[in-house]
Design a protein around this ligand. Structure first.
Ligand code: AMP
Length: 629
């Protein structure tokens, strides 16, 4: 089929279009209305229909392929590998669901999942979906304060966690961080279910903590029927960073999400039942939700859950997995490819990776060098795709399941069906012409699968995403972009204070708040600056209360280490700035607003931009001096 027609149909007549796509999943009860857009910007999809994500991911496949691989859990850290068939996954998820019910979890309750990349994490997500509980997965790299903020917002009745994860051969404790987070949080979860991997000592808190293995023993024969949910009931909340220090809970539905995933697996990822999908992300991110756990299983594919790095035991490890499990579709991030590029290519060449039909990359801009290198070495197409936690599936890419469209270097692609993407001039609100820079925006209704609202805060949803343009209510992606004359988009960075480190989205305000909690820091600005490997790196410029503390190079280094340790402890190493510089003043406008973009420009050796409002131009010189010192 011609993609242009397919796309136009989705925009012109979304009701018929999505009605057709909805046939890709199983419905317990048919919907009575495809779309309710009577209260924009809120969109309700498949109103009145009843379905279940876990049913579509597992039960639906039991009749035709119960013995086929469903979940392949590989840890190159603990040297373990285990394949669960659809039948076995069905059994384990029911056991986990029974344990949750036993621990008092009811439909609609939130369950926070703070886990490493082990099979039990997927069981927990699918068990929540089965019983209609709302999961909120928190990335294992986040530390106690990040976790506490999320606990207080989601108010989980249960937390599922583990003693530790492992990275680069070292155990990374989870339980002590969780204990500290619960102590910090106002909301106290009633129960904590803990998988003991034997990696780190665990002290169980009496009356609260429950050992997973022991409780599982009591539910070996559990049969937990699926709880059917109305399409617009909540499936999960996933926190993401924005402009404020308070993360937003991206809330998703059930039916729309299932349809969007089934449809994208077919049309964008071209995945077929019985094949193997390998996404190297983490369940703590949206890619993990959509394309490690739910998407591939809904498509009847085996999915790989991988604990480890791309280079351990050596940089051939991912390709050995591709060979062994005959992976057909792989999903990763440009940073991972840049890491691999530093290693001998022979390690990749050792393996027969002829099963691989395409490598999908997302999460950050894909530079041409990286793209060309991996395309040549793999001999498979590289498909860039651009999307956000908020959308749940690609906004821009090429839909080769519909038509074999060419990719264009440096561009994540064209607008995906369902997304009425436009570029808006920030100042005038007018639609930009070809190759004119503006903000990437989407005309509502957003297609199925996109966020329903900010959890518990409809007002914030409307205010944050839908009020950025004077003339029209449009969804803002907060990304700069251009569209060329052929409809290919190019993404040029964020319009807000969000930075992207190795494909991980971080809010500079959160990092600033954490650094400010160090008793010596009176003020701080964090910006993301270009980094050859990670895309961007966070860099902090801080004013200290007692300048003597940074009087010598040694003292400054020691204080820098202290500040980094604070971020490590509160937010996690993922948010740690790569450098902390001490300055006497920060560039601000006369009204006191930090000039982050100017700081960033100076750091990257660019022009500082319009400085008519700067309070003291000397402050920028200080930034330059600090960088050169
Ligand atoms: P997240 O919500 O963590 O997935 O981060 C979404 C943000 O990552 C987007 O708003 C973009 O700034 C960036 N991003 C994601 N995918 C791409 C891509 N393919 N090319 C350029 N930037 C991307």
């Amino acid at each position: 089929m011609n993609y242009q027609d397919f796309y136009q149909a989705s925009i012109q007549d979304p009701v018929s279009f999505w009605d057709q796509q909805a046939q890709l999943i199983s419905w317990h009860k048919p919907y009575t209305q495809v779309l309710d857009h009577s209260k924009p910007p809120f969109a309700k999809w498949f109103v009145g229909g009843e379905t279940n994500l876990c049913y579509n991911a597992i039960d639906r496949w039991l009749e035709t392929q119960s013995d086929k691989a469903a979940l392949i859990a590989i840890s190159t850290e603990t040297n373990s590998e285990k394949t669960y068939s659809f039948a076995e996954l069905h059994v384990e998820v029911q056991r986990m669901a029974a344990m949750m019910l036993d621990l008092g979890v009811k439909k609609g309750d939130r369950v926070l999942i703070y886990m490493p990349m082990i099979a039990e994490a997927a069981f927990a997500m699918l068990a929540c979906a089965r019983i209609g509980a709302v999961h909120s997965v928190v990335f294992g790299g986040f530390a106690s304060k990040s976790l506490a903020t999320r606990i207080d917002d989601a108010k989980p009745v249960l937390v599922v966690s583990a003693d530790a994860g492992m990275r680069g051969g070292k155990a990374v404790p989870y339980k002590p961080l969780l204990d500290e987070a619960i102590q910090l949080a106002e909301h106290k979860p009633a129960k904590v279910l803990l998988v003991n991997r034997g990696l780190d000592a665990m002290n169980l808190v009496d009356g609260r903590d429950v050992d997973y293995a022991a409780l599982r023993e009591q539910h070996m024969n559990a049969q937990v029927p699926v709880t059917w949910l109305e399409s617009n009931e909540m499936s999960y909340v996933l926190y993401t960073s924005g402009t404020t220090g308070k993360p937003k809970g991206v809330q998703r539905d059930v039916g729309g999400y299932a349809v969007a995933l089934a449809s994208s697996m077919k049309n964008i990822f071209c995945g077929n039942a019985g094949e193997t999908y390998f996404a190297t992300s983490d369940i703590g991110w949206v890619v993990g939700h959509s394309y490690i756990v739910y998407g591939p299983l809904i498509a009847g594919m085996a999915t790989i859950m991988y604990e480890g790095t791309p280079i351990r035991p050596d940089a051939g490890v991912w390709w050995s997995i591709v060979e062994k499990y005959k992976v057909t579709r792989m999903f990763s991030a440009p940073t991972a490819v840049r890491v691999l590029k530093k290693h001998p290519v022979e390690l990749m060449k050792k393996y027969d990776i002829s099963s691989l039909k395409a490598l999908y990359l997302a999460g950050e801009p894909l530079d041409e060098t990286t793209s060309n290198w991996i395309a040549t070495e793999l001999g498979a197409p590289i498909i860039d795709n651009y999307w956000q936690t908020e959308t749940g599936w690609p906004i821009l890419s090429v839909a080769r399941g519909v038509e074999h469209k060419d990719t264009r270097l440096g561009s994540p692609g064209i607008a995906m069906y369902g997304y009425n993407v436009t570029i808006i001039n920030e100042a005038t609100g007018a639609v930009c012409g070809p190759n004119e820079k503006g903000v990437v925006a989407i005309k509502g209704p957003l297609p199925p699968g996109c966020m329903q609202t900010v959890y518990g805060d409809d007002q914030r949803f409307v205010q944050t995403y839908w009020t950025n343009f004077a003339h029209e209510q449009l969804y803002s992606t907060f990304d700069w972009g251009i569209r060329d004359a052929d409809g290919y988009f190019f993404i040029l960075g964020r319009t807000d204070d969000v930075i992207n480190v190795a494909g991980h989205r971080l809010g500079t305000r959160e990092i600033e708040e954490s650094i400010s909690s160090h008793p010596q820091i009176s003020e701080v600005a964090v910006v993301g600056i270009e980094d050859k490997l990670k895309g961007q790196a966070a860099v902090a410029f801080a004013i200290i209360k007692n300048p003597d503390r940074a009087a010598t190079r040694e003292l400054a280094k020691a204080l820098e280490a202290e500040v980094m340790a604070v971020v490590d402890k509160q937010l996690g190493a993922v948010a740690r700035p790569s450098r902390v510089y001490f300055v006497a003043m920060l560039p601000k406008t006369r009204s006191g607003k930090l000039l982050r973009r100017s700081i960033q420009a100076v750091c990257e050796g660019r022009d500082a931009g319009d400085l008519t409002t700067i309070e003291d131009p000397l402050s920028l010189q200080q930034i330059k001096n600090a960088l050169q010192a």
